[in-house]
Design a protein around this ligand. Sequence first.
Ligand code: PMP
Length: 426
Amino acid sequence: MTSSNDLFKRAQIHIPGGVNSPVRAFKAVGGTPPFIQRADGAFLYDSEGKQYIDYVLSWGPMVLGHNHAAIREAVIKAAENGLSYGAPTEIEITMAELVSTLVPSMEMLRMVNSGTEATMSAIRLARGYTQRDKFIKFEGCYHGHADGLLVKAGSGALTFGVPSSPGVPADYAKHTITLEYNNIDEVRRVFAESGDEIAAIIVEPVAGNMNCIPPVPGFLEGLRDVCDQYGAVLIFDEVMTGFRVALGGAQAHYNIRPDLTCLGKVIGGGMPVGAFGGKREIMQCLAPLGPVYQAGTLSGNPVAMAAGLAALTAIQQDGLYERLNHCTDVLTQGLRDIAKRHGIPLTTNKAGSMFGFFFTDVETVTNYQQAINCNTEQFNRFYHGMLSNGVYLAPASYEAGFVSACHSDALLDMTLETADKVMAQL
Ligand code: PMP
């Protein structure tokens, strides 16, 4: 048994910050992240043998719970036939057929290895298809770490975007327009002024990277209208919401058909997989059919496809999404009731099995400014209280949480009892 403290110290010698993705380092909440040794069902187990009820679920993929038997067995069986061929396989066709059945707007699709690759490729494709350079994204939405997507708003809605990370050239960021989430008037205004230069709108149909913020009625419908009016491509980044908010993703839940969709997380069942796809006419612009280049040595990897196919098969079981929805209701309602009893201002948001809670007086949080104005100090104390009592939440107040098929009523009750105990001490 090795302590997480010792592992964290050792990790930092050769790995920047000790982690391979920044949020894992607990910078926002402080302290040492538990180093995980194994996971099963709704539980994580750290290197000290401590058990946690997991509401992060590898940041979304594990909608069926960890170490799902059918996925594990599919991976083992696939691995026995070799790990990668770099040549076409039948399972890629089966996977494309199944994704296209579950998400009918994806008439054609291509597999990639991460959500970042999916969004980056979708933007390039939209630009190639429309022969326009600019695109719109929304403040607080995260679409992976490709250069053009690491951009924040300039000083006014119509000013050029500015890089949100050193290393992103200002000359490139200027093509990204960043607007307020859930503000359709702002989108219409920008299109009225420069609609013929805008290739695409990319949006998280439920924002999951500024806590959890669902679209207000009319927002997604408005984006669809504006794109139709100006010939721009509507891209739904469903990396988080795909197969999560509903079997058919947020587009099924809200009944809006995007032109392109980006997937990740659940589609790989825990393996590194992403996909992007949509209208045939647009997808046919991709190499080798068309001029827009995109490729990947390990794309459509047979082991990853086996995991993804097993996951997408298992999520079709009857009643899964009703059950997930119910769990999320119990959890969010429970948290609100407990906070109220303790006189702590708290509100929650949810969409399917994605949830968020905000320490704030605001009744309903609908945008980034409201999300970042919440009481982070209170969140951090709540966070550490929950962690030390065996409940693993996302280690930052601006991340969505998730439940899985393995989060039983008994586990939800335990979680709420823990929350009660922790809030009593806030
Ligand atoms: N889009 C969204 C909505 C995401 O939440 C994420 C990752 N959290 C990404 C894209 C990037 O995916 P990846 O980390 O697999 O590159």
